[in-house]
Write a protein that binds this ligand. Structure first.
Ligand SMILES: [Cu+2]
Length: 160
């Protein structure tokens, strides 16, 4: 009971958009999904301004399960593989983008519609969890706020 109250106090103290002191999350975005799709990708830029850390997990009310994935090219075939963690080094940006690392929403509870936002909580090995609002872009978007000139799919290379 004690730690439940403690957790509640922490939540009350942290505004919804609070950033943890050492990990900054910029421009979190997702691709809109088809009406019955069960999975969707979330992308963002992580900047570690503190100690070495790792992104170890994520969760969202829109998904039954969330994994951290990496897209790899195996003999010309693009595959997504779950990873245990994404290493974060101080002073270094890690870009989660189509074709590379991404947060995978699985067992989606509803369609992600372009223009809306949804919360995503990122958990780190050391830093406090960070909850961000993820902006839903077009189904084939290649980046946050970009036009939809790219082909749909998880394999599109990010545009600068
Ligand atoms: Cu994936």
């Amino acid at each position: 009971m004690r730690h439940v109250l403690f957790a509640a106090a922490l939540l009350a103290a942290a505004p919804a958009f609070a950033q943890s002191p050492s990990i900054q999350v910029d421009l979190p975005w997702a691709r809109a999904t088809a009406p019955n799709a069960k999975a969707g990708g979330v992308f963002m830029t992580l900047t570690d301004s503190g100690a070495p850390d790792k992104l170890v997990a994520a969760s969202s009310p829109v998904a039954g399960m969330v994994e951290v994935h990496r897209t790899v090219n195996e003999n010309g075939v693009m595959k997504m593989l779950p990873v245990d963690a994404i290493e974060l080094a101080p002073g270094t940006k890690v870009i989660l983008a189509p074709g590379g690392y991404h947060v995978m929403l699985m067992d989606l509870k509803r369609q992600l519609k372009q223009g809306e936002t949804f919360p995503l909580t990122l958990s780190f090995a050391k830093a406090a969890p960070v909850t961000v609002m993820v902006k839903v872009e077009a189904p084939g978007a290649s980046g946050p706020g970009h036009d939809m000139h790219s082909m749909p799919g998880m394999t599109t290379a990010p545009k600068p």
